[in-house]
Structure formats: C-alpha cells, structure tokens
Design a protein around this ligand. Sequence first.
Ligand code: FAD
Ligand code: UDP
Length: 362
Amino acid sequence: MKYDYLIVGSGLFGATVAYRAKKLGKKVLVIDKRNHIGGNVYTENIEGINVHKYGAHIFHTDYNEVWDFVNSFVEFNRYTNSPIARINNEVYNLPFNMNTFSKIWSDVFTPEDALKHINEERKEITGEPKNLEEQAISLVGRTIYEKLIKGYTEKQWNKDCKELPAFIIKRLPVRLIYDNNYFNDKYQGIPVGGYTNLVEKMLNDIEVKLNTNYFDNIDYCKSIAKKIIYTGPLDEYFNYSLGKLEWRSLVFDTKILNIENYQGNAVVNYTGHEVEYTRVIEHKHFENTSSSKTVITYEYPSDYKNGMERYYTVNDDKNNELADKYRKLASKEKNVLFGGRLAEYKYYDMDDVIKKALELEL
Ligand code: FAD
Ligand code: UDP
C-alpha cells in the first residue's frame, strides 16, 4: 500500500492528524472534496482582507496543549470577541453583562440593581427549566429573552424556543461585571494572516488532493492506505442506512463596500424577526486590517438541503439516538477512524476538534 494514512477532509481534524502522522514518519495523503484546504475555517483574501468564508471563526480555548500547538505554526493576535446585538433601532452589548443590563433597565448601575430585575423576572419559572425558553428566562429574565434571545434562536434553529433543548443557551455567559468578552477561556485570538495560513502550515510537505470525493471511489481509496481517517458526515459514510441525521445550514451573502468601516465591529447579531439574517460579519475587524474598502457577510440560517454544507448538528434526543447507532457501526469499521464535527456529530468548537485529533491513537 502506498500510504499509511488516507485522511478524508482537510479541516482542522484532518490537518492535525495529518501533521502528527507525518511527524511519526508515516506516509500520508489528505483528500478533500472542496477546491481548498481548511474545511470550515478557510479564509480567502479579498481586497487585502482575510474573509471567513464559512462564518466568523474566533479561536478560544482553555487547553494549554491546543493553544501551544496552534501557536507553533502561526502567531495569534489579541482579538477578543465582543459582539453587538441589534434589534430594531436598539443596540446592546453581548454577552449578557452589566453593559447590557444598564441599557435594558435605565435604573441599573450596580450588580445589585441588575439582580433585582433579573430575580424578579426569573420568578415566573419554577422548577428545572424544561426547554430553551424557560432556561433563558431563568437565566436573564423575560425582557432580555424577548429582545436578545427569542428571535435570534428561532431564526437560527427554525423552531419555537419552547420546542428547543435548554442546553443550546447554556453556553452563553451571564456576567455581573462590565465585561463584553464573549468567551470565558484563558486564550483567545485570530491567526495572523487568516486560518488558511494556519492550515497551510500544518499541511506543509503533506500530499493533498483537492476536488476529490471519497465516495466517488471508495474501493480505490481503501486500496491505497492501511488506515483511513474519515472526517465527513457520519450518516453519509454509511449511506444513510439507518436514516438521515438532521443538520442546520447557512447561506452567506458577501459584499465588498467602498467604505472604510461599515458597522464598527466584526460581529453584529440581529436578534429580532424584522430581518431574516442572524449576523453581519465585517471581516477586517478580526485582524484590524487597514483598507479603504470593507467586506461584509450577511448570514442567513437555513434548513439543510442536498447540495448545501452541513454546519450545525441538531443534538436533540432523536438525533443523538440515531448518531449513537451510527457511532456503534463506526466503532466496528475495520481500519477506519472517525473524527471531527461531522463524523462525530458533535457541536465541537475548533479547540475541541484539535484536542480530539491530538489525542487520537495513531
Ligand atoms: P470541517 O471543517 O467541516 O472539515 C471537514 C472537511 O472534510 C471539509 O473540508 C469537507 O470538504 C471534507 N469532506 C467531507 N466529506 C468529504 C468526502 N466525502 N470526501 C472528501 N472530503 C470530504 N469554532 C470555534 O472554536 N469558534 C468559532 O467562532 C466558531 N464559529 C463557527 C461558525 C460557524 C458558522 C460554524 C459552522 C462553525 C463554527 N465553529 C467555531 C466550529 C468550527 O468550524 C469546527 O469546530 C471545525 O471547523 C471543525 O473541523 P472539522 O475538521 O471537524 O470539520
Ligand atoms: N444566542 C442568542 N442571541 C444571540 C447569540 C446567541 O439567543 O445574540 C443563542 C442562540 O440560541 C444560539 C446560541 O445562543 O444558537 C449559541 O450561540 P453562539 O453564538 O454561542 O454559537 P454559534 O452559533 O457560534 O455556534
């Protein structure tokens, strides 16, 4: 066999495993069905600005080993994610913190003032929250739920908040300090030169074949490598034999504008139903790029349909049960290892994916 490892997918999982295998002296081939490397973290330089082609990606982690690993390839800047929320003609700071509370309630100046409102509004939920709406109200009260959560979440998932699981909202921080940093992690930043630069360095000197779909020639792929690392969709690998897993997709509408600064922030969330998009990204602010132009992207949530990309797993009970059945099949596949967001059907961040890939037994 020509290769020790055939790696299906050049996203962060595939690239991390490829790098490790190469370092162990193994012969590695990476294939990707897209015409570029990097999977969903791919950035493309447009008008001198690194554009996050598959949505805003902010690297954040608590894992020292992951931070050291990515920093061994490229430098990271000190970007701190502090999104702005817009609803109708109002503007608020995210995540929910003293800046948000003092704007929502004009008599809030101190944490005690904020807690007075939040605790009063929380009273309507008694017992353990049963769905996302109850979870949100018990977290920050109904006023904030209705302005900053309900519309955004319903657009994102195309479901009523009463029908969504509570865990989706649990990752949003609530802070009684004046701090707009969206993440709690120890480390945060954007790779200088964009994510493509990072993945290019990880794949340095590794053979990569683009525009190559594993499913177009499975037998050939299996015949050239001792082991396969598969990072594509879990259900697709098994030809949907147990049924289809549900995914959410996105439609991106990118525009180049002849102005220097469109919205004054990299990420602006539109939290109401008055517009259909959930976010507008202004890419130059991730790296503080100076340019007389700017590139912005409107992000429209969408049901997943054939031919689209799968972006978000839908980890409700029904899909988790089906994914478990597929995982059992996967564990029986000889000489094939499954990893990454698509192949594990897990709502992983970038650092989770790299951590799993660093821990994979090769
Ligand atoms: P992917 O990046 O999806 O890579 C899989 C690769 O496999 C793709 O290149 C695909 O083309 C290829 N492939 C699939 N099937 C085949 C096949 N049959 N043959 C050949 N190739 C195939 N994480 C964060 O930490 N911070 C963020 O701010 C953040 N923002 C996000 C925003 C959005 C809109 C999305 C969707 C995700 C975000 N994430 C974020 C998560 C992050 O994108 C993922 O954790 C990470 O990119 C997953 O890497 P992966 O290698 O598992 O998968
Ligand atoms: N969310 C919200 N309002 C916002 C941003 C997020 O209600 O302005 C909710 C929404 O339910 C979303 C979840 O928080 O699905 C997680 O959002 P986050 O931006 O952290 O995750 P991502 O979409 O980047 O994976």
